[in-house]
Ligand binder design. Structure first.
Ligand SMILES: [Ca+2]
Ligand SMILES: [Ca+2]
Ligand SMILES: [Ca+2]
Ligand SMILES: [Ca+2]
Length: 444
């Protein structure tokens, strides 16, 4: 009996110590009976270890190569390159593997990460020499990765969450090498959340080129370019694929440029579902915000304002496409009813044309279309509480961390509450509840 009790105590102690070790620094442990350990691989920019802990961190390429279905890859802040010099190298996602950025490199639990504070960059600028000229022909981008990230062949269980993707340059002459500078995703439906695409270039899809039905939640496309002068399509995102249905929720397209579709292009019959998206300060020859060659996009709770086109369709240009647009604010649309501009698509009702009064459309640098722009809404905006909450998709990724995935997506692009008093706003950001006193008032 005494021996059994002693063995039990040792066992209990071992379990306790194992748990403590796990909680304090994410040190890998093996289960009591040799069961599979928590399958987490740890990444730091200069990691040279075996991926088993923060102290033993490896590179992202090593972790992706080693990860099998069910694994999570935790990536610490800093700049991660697909290779030292090989332009064709790319971060290839895997089905069943979730890649999370935003760690300081000490966390024991995923909820502790902060992807806004701990900026985790996947960069194609292999020599670290890019100028601010975001153009595929820019000489300082000549050595950049063709695709920083590749999602091809993956399903929705391939997750990328908490990253900034920049410096991709798909300036190749053929094949996929001229498509998807930031991310190329062929025949694939990966899941992206909390991702910023910025300063990527290509002929087709500067930020992202997608053939399939990816889910993009809380994603920003800012300052990407698809060779404006060379017939490039989809500065921010190029989406194609018959019978595919990309879903974009809480997505901001800002300051992207292309020949057609400054913000986004729909090509070859995709049926994208856009909910609470904002297009601002994108520019093109045709379709400053959105260009649809074919297919049937559905826009609900959208804002398209301040986009420009040299030829036609500053906000929306349709070739052989008829989007359905509901509960949306579109510059010069005429509003729902008899004044509706049918060139934009089918009036699904509850559309308005009033100025959304973005808080600071060009931000502190006074240049519209850069990452410091504040495209949130003041309480008095006509877009406030004018959306349709039934259009929100399910919270499949549990972005609010409450364990419920069958509820409506409860957060906006800031991670703030989306549904307040049973109402939702148009656009990627929900207006703040509080009414702030203007700074100037505090002097009195
Ligand atoms: Ca470069
Ligand atoms: Ca700005
Ligand atoms: Ca609201
Ligand atoms: Ca949830």
């Amino acid at each position: 009996v005494e021996l059994k009790r002693c063995a039990w105590r040792v066992l209990t102690l071992w379990v306790t110590v194992s748990m403590l070790v796990t909680l304090n620094g994410g040190v890998a442990y093996t289960g009591l009976d040799g069961a599979a350990p928590p399958n987490i691989l740890y990444v730091k920019p200069a990691g040279a270890g075996g991926c088993t802990s923060w102290a033993d961190a490896c590179t992202l390429q090593s972790a992706l190569a080693a990860a099998s279905a069910g694994a999570e890859i935790w990536v610490a802040a800093g700049t991660h390159l697909p290779a030292a010099a090989d332009r064709t190298a790319t971060f290839q996602l895997k089905s069943g593997v979730a890649v999370y950025g935003g760690f300081a490199g000490i966390e024991a639990a995923r909820v502790e990460r902060d992807w806004v504070a701990n900026v985790t960059i996947l960069s194609g600028d292999l020599q670290g020499n890019d100028s601010t000229n975001v153009d595929p022909a820019e000489p300082t981008r000549a050595e950049n990765s063709y695709h920083v990230v590749t999602g091809s062949g993956t399903d929705a269980t391939a997750v990328l969450d908490g990253f900034t993707i920049e410096g991709g340059n798909a300036n190749g002459a053929s094949g996929s090498l001229f498509m998807g500078g930031g991310m190329y995703s062929n025949a694939a439906s990966p899941t992206l959340a909390n991702v910023i695409f910025t300063a990527n270039t290509a002929q087709f899809g500067g930020g992202m080129c997608s053939d399939g039905s990816p889910a993009l939640i809380n994603v920003i496309f800012s300052g990407n370019s698809a060779n404006r002068t060379g017939g490039g399509l989809g500065g921010g995102m190029f989406s194609q694929g018959t019978m595919t249905s990309p879903t974009l929720t809480n997505v901001l397209f800002n300051g992207n440029t292309a020949s057609k579709g400054g913000g986004m292009v729909n090509y070859a019959n995709p049926n994208p579902v856009l909910v609470n998206v904002t297009f601002s300060a994108n520019g093109a020859w045709q379709g400053g915000g959105l260009y649809s060659l074919s297919g049937a996009p559905a826009l609900t709770n959208a804002i398209l304002w301040g986009n420009t086109a040299d030829d036609a369709g500053p906000q929306i240009y349709n070739d052989a496409s008829t989007p359905t647009i509901s509960y949306s604010l579109i510059q010069d649309c005429g509003g729902s009813g008899p004044g509706w501009d049918s060139n934009l698509g089918t009036d699904g009702g509850h559309n308005i044309a009033a100025d959304p009064q973005f808080i600071a459309a060009d931000g502190p640098d006074h240049v519209a279309g850069t990452l410091d722009d504040n495209l949130r809404l003041p309480r008095g905006s006509a877009a406030v509480d004018a959306g349709d909450k039934d259009a929100l998709p399910l919270d499949a990724l549990d972005l609010d961390g409450d364990g419920q995935t069958s509820e409506k997506l409860p957060v906006d692009l800031d991670g703030s509450w989306r549904v307040v008093m049973g109402l939702v706003d148009m656009g990627a950001y929900e207006a703040a509840l509080k009414t702030y006193v203007p700074l100037v008032m505090k002097q009195y």
